[in-house]
Write a protein that binds this ligand. Structure first.
Ligand code: CA
Length: 243
């Protein structure tokens, strides 16, 4: 089935942080979307996420095989961050998550993912998390040692086990799925998901409203619920394409 799409994105510093270390890219023309959540002091986080998004954008804009492009985007972004940190010793320890979605008019969706930003699909009123967090608590949940609910409020909930700039050999999860007309795709940083649980995200996405309004509502709700971290949201609505 042929698909088309519309997309929007927004980011907000939140209510506690002084700077915004998240970066995003919405390229509706080429059909790719990226969210990155940086970490590291001395502006390292801001630079890491910006480098990752910029590098990924350059690779993904070339088109070609989406999975190969996503792998290359992660490899190149990782190298760019290591290179920058090597030349700027104060920036050592800088890193970033990266979650990227590539849509094809044929209806194939590919995701590349590393870290604890997330991709969700909202279909027929049901919200499904497509990515798995690369976090210590997710490992514990997978091993059955703690519950998903306990993981949300766990003291170590922010400890990431994989990120760009941390391990030169880290490889992303690559996931392929089908996008159907009517789907809403959400890419977001943990500044959203730490403040707004899946039930509330689903309620907010169920509202009939233009995409930018939905994105604003998600960000506003994260701030109402505390806004302790930077909040980034990319929303993609899948439409019927001309056959
Ligand atoms: Ca964050």
């Amino acid at each position: 089935m042929k698909i088309a799409w519309e997309a929007t994105g927004g980011t907000n510093t939140g209510r506690r942080r002084q700077n915004n270390e998240d970066s995003l890219l919405v390229d509706a023309e080429h059909g790719f979307f990226v969210v990155a959540d940086g970490m590291g002091g001395h502006a390292g986080g801001e630079i890491a996420s910006a480098l990752a998004v910029q590098t990924a954008g350059e690779i993904l804009a070339r088109g070609g095989d989406a999975k190969a492009a996503l792998r290359e985007a992660v490899t190149r972004a990782n190298a760019a961050i290591f290179d920058f940190a090597a030349r700027n010793p104060r920036m050592r320890g800088m890193g970033t998550t990266l979650t990227a979605c590539v849509l094809d008019p044929s209806g194939v969706m590919n995701l590349g993912h590393i870290g604890d930003s997330r991709a969700y699909r909202f279909r027929n009123g049901v919200l499904e998390q497509l990515t798995v967090d690369h976090t210590w608590v997710q490992r514990e949940v997978d091993a059955g040692r703690i519950s998903a609910q306990a993981a949300r409020t766990h003291a170590l909930s922010h400890v990431i086990t994989q990120a760009l700039g941390v391990d030169e050999n880290d490889t992303p999860d690559i996931l392929e799925d089908t996008a159907l007309p009517g789907d809403l795709l959400l890419l977001c940083s943990d500044g959203l998901t730490g403040m707004v649980d899946d039930t509330q995200i689903a309620e907010l996405l169920a509202v009939e409203a233009p995409l930018p309004e939905l994105a604003n509502t998600l960000i506003r709700t994260a701030n109402v619920n505390g806004g302790v971290d930077n909040i980034t949201v990319v929303l993609v609505r899948v439409l019927s394409g001309s056959s």
